[in-house]
Design a protein around this ligand. Structure first.
Ligand code: PEP
Ligand code: MN
Length: 337
């Protein structure tokens, strides 16, 4: 249920509404728009909306039948803009994240960080806990990996994003990482979503391999309902009958999500295609379709990469792409800082 306050309603009016819904078991999430304040009431028992409409300062009560409320455009009209280390996602901004699939060694992550920072990248990616399809594949360096990526990021003034796989890893991520990534395979790990929602850091929520957009938004709702408002949605390709590419990158998700939600949506063309030569066209297409950012795998030596070398760009290729994206963005009424 969303309670839209009248233009000019006082703080006292707002407090009264919050107090009222709380006594009926709801949590209140407030969104202050330019004209109206909207109070999202979640979690409580069904009440008659007319009881709320009678309170001073209330314009209307909107009953939301969809299963997500706080992530919806009805709750918040304005785009959510998230800023991390000077890089912005949302609104007119396109944020860029780049780095290797996984952290392999100090030398590898240092080289990647050095090359990327030189190009102006502000956020580095790299997995330390890897969700691998085969139990025999490299599982990541674990805490050691997080220590190494933090060291590299600190040296080159970068923020770090890395994938968290389970609740017990939260303290490690609070210590070493700036943006938590929830991977495609964990998009519906509801216990993880609930716990991570309390962490005071931005979260990248990847779309599940076979998740509908509605399921994905409901997963984001778990994070928002738990109190986290800095959520970046990430389309990373879905599973279809097509086998030429690793996944089918659903670029139509961009306009669909932007209409339904105020949250920024970024694209991962690396996992979305699985093929290095497809990264350039899909990144350009993502910007043209209105994305709020890109997360791209870049490796200092892709042939030697332990994981996902075939979809990783060489630093030089990334530089060419980055330069072109900066030319394209203004044409699409966007900026890449
Ligand atoms: C990753 O980004 O390293 C990753 C494993 O991606 P996904 O969860 O989208 O498969
Ligand atoms: Mn990867």
């Amino acid at each position: 249920m969303l309670i839209v306050m009248k233009h000019g309603a006082s703080q006292k009016n707002e407090d009264k509404v919050v107090e009222y819904i709380k006594t009926r078991g709801f949590q209140a999430h407030i969104s202050k728009g330019d004209v109206h304040t909207v109070i999202g009431a979640v979690g409580g028992k069904i009440i008659d909306p007319r009881d709320i409409e009678l309170l001073d300062g209330v314009k209307e009560v909107i009953k939301i039948t969809s299963s997500y409320k706080l992530v919806s455009r009805v709750f918040q009209k304005k785009d959510t803009i998230i800023e991390i280390n000077g890089e912005k996602f949302g609104g007119k901004n396109i944020g860029i994240i780049a780095g290797p699939c996984t952290i392999e060694s100090e030398e590898q992550i240092m080289e990647c960080a050095k090359a990327l920072s030189k190009m102006g990248v502000k956020i580095i990616r790299g997995g330390a806990f890897k969700p691998r399809t085969s139990p025999y594949a490299f599982q990541g360096l674990g805490e050691e990996g997080l220590i190494l990526i933090r060291k590299a990021a600190d040296k080159y003034n970068l923020a770090v994003t890395s994938e968290i796989m389970e609740i017990s890893q939260i303290p490690l991520f609070e210590k070493y990482v700036d943006i938590l990534q929830i991977g495609a395979r964990n998009m519906q790990n509801f216990n993880l979503l609930k716990e991570v929602s309390h962490v005071k850091k931005p979260i990248i929520l990847k779309r599940g391999l076979s998740a509908t957009i509605e399921e994905w938004l409901m997963a984001a709702e778990y994070l928002m309902a738990g109190g986290n408002r800095e959520i970046i949605l990430c389309e990373r390709g879905i599973r279809t009958f097509e086998t030429t590419t690793r996944n089918t990158l659903d670029l139509c998700a961009i306009p669909v999500v932007k209409k339904l939600s105020h949250l920024p949506i970024i694209i991962d063309p690396s996992h979305g295609t699985g093929l290095r030569d497809k990264i350039y066209p899909m990144s350009m297409a993502s910007v043209a379709a209105g994305c709020d950012g890109l997360i791209i795998e870049v490796h200092n030596n892709p042939e030697r990469a332990i994981c996902d070398g075939a979809q990783s760009l060489y630093p030089k290729q990334f530089k060419e792409l980055y330069d072109k994206l900066k030319v394209l963005a203004p044409v699409c009424d966007k900026v890449i800082s």
